[in-house]
Write a new protein. Structure first.
Length: 333
């Protein structure tokens, strides 16, 4: 199992420049600690997460790092022109000397994003799957002709080509159609911090029924803080967990209110945003607790990469937590 960092560019203090450079500090520390990967999320119209221009942020990181792989977690494909995404991804792969990892998603539950990017939620999944198929052809082929439901081109070649012969692709999905698509194309899967172990287990099992070689292809993101004591860890992480819980509950309520289709209620076997649920499903606690939680996830899911999201508002506390993980947790799981 590889260790990665999950990067949200959290704006805890309403200071954009501080938020951006504190995240850079964490990524550089992760590289110093020999973490394998850093995954940058994409968020729009959010005062609390300042990563709308995710690919620009990764280009910045490419110049500040040298060994850690840089991943998109994830490109919200329905909100972008896939031709431009292909050009940007290929350029980025060259800039970071072949260290790029490509995660893709449909976006949600954030109704404002779909509204302002003129993409109905009912079209998001279809657009995502069609876009990644289109992008794969553009990245590695010439004179590409494509005639999909949403995207078309005629004899198009984009430049530059990626440095890697095949950039690893990961799909953030729990939907049967998305899982089947990922498995048949030998893409990996991504699981978000609020996804329950039961949901993740079902997703992985469905994938492996189609593609048994996918055991090493799961990137699992988890909220994280390892403290000297369990009480210290919870006290550091709880303000972040509480803020996340309130934001996601509000967004989810808006989705259900505005949807013309009956939405399934969130439940603890799938995804839930209650504080106690988030704490239980995160890797937050003392050294022994964090070891046990990681081992449980690894035993159940055979994780390829565990992407840790430091969850204190204090950057120095997060740096200390990453160091403690490296010294007292990492080699025991």
């Amino acid at each position: 199992m590889k260790t990665g960092l999950f990067c949200n560019y959290d704006n805890y203090y309403q200071d954009a420049r501080r938020a951006m450079f504190e995240q850079v500090t964490l990524i550089k520390q992760a590289e110093t600690l020999d973490f394998a990967e850093a995954w940058v999320s994409e968020h729009h119209f959010s005062e609390s997460n300042l990563s709308p221009s995710m690919l620009l942020l990764i280009a910045h990181l490419a110049g500040l790092t040298s060994t850690i792989k840089l991943g998109t977690a994830a490109v919200l494909l329905p909100f972008h022109n896939p031709i431009r995404v292909a050009e940007d991804i290929a350029t980025l792969d060259n800039l970071c000397n072949g260290r790029l990892l490509l995660g893709v998603a449909k976006g949600g539950p954030f109704p404002e994003q779909n509204k302002h990017f003129a993409t109905p939620m009912a079209e998001s999944r279809g657009k995502m799957l069609e876009a990644i198929a289109f992008i794969q052809k553009l990245l590695y082929e010439t004179d590409v002709s494509f005639n999909g439901q949403y995207y078309q081109c005629d004899r198009l070649t984009v430049y530059p080509k990626p440095l890697q012969k095949s950039i690893p692709v990961y799909v953030a999905t729990g939907d049967d159609q998305g899982i089947e698509f990922a498995a048949k194309h030998n893409f990996g899967l991504m699981g978000g911090p609020p996804f329950s172990l039961e949901r993740l287990r079902n997703t992985v099992n469905k994938y492996r029924e189609i593609n048994s070689s996918g055991a090493e292809k799961l990137v699992l993101a988890r909220f994280f803080f390892v403290g000297r004591t369990g009480d210290e860890a919870v006290s550091q992480a709880l303000p972040f967990i509480r803020k996340f819980s309130l934001k996601m509950k509000a967004n989810s309520a808006k989705v259900m209110q505005n949807s013309s289709h009956k939405q399934k209620p969130f439940d603890r076997t799938n995804i839930c945003f209650d504080e106690d649920y988030l704490l239980e499903n995160s890797i937050i606690g003392d050294v022994v607790t964090c070891r046990d939680k990681i081992k449980k996830f690894q035993d159940e899911l055979n994780i390829g990469t565990l992407a840790l999201k430091p969850s204190s508002f204090d950057v120095q506390k997060n740096l200390d937590s990453l160091t403690r993980y490296n010294q007292e947790v990492r080699n025991y799981v």
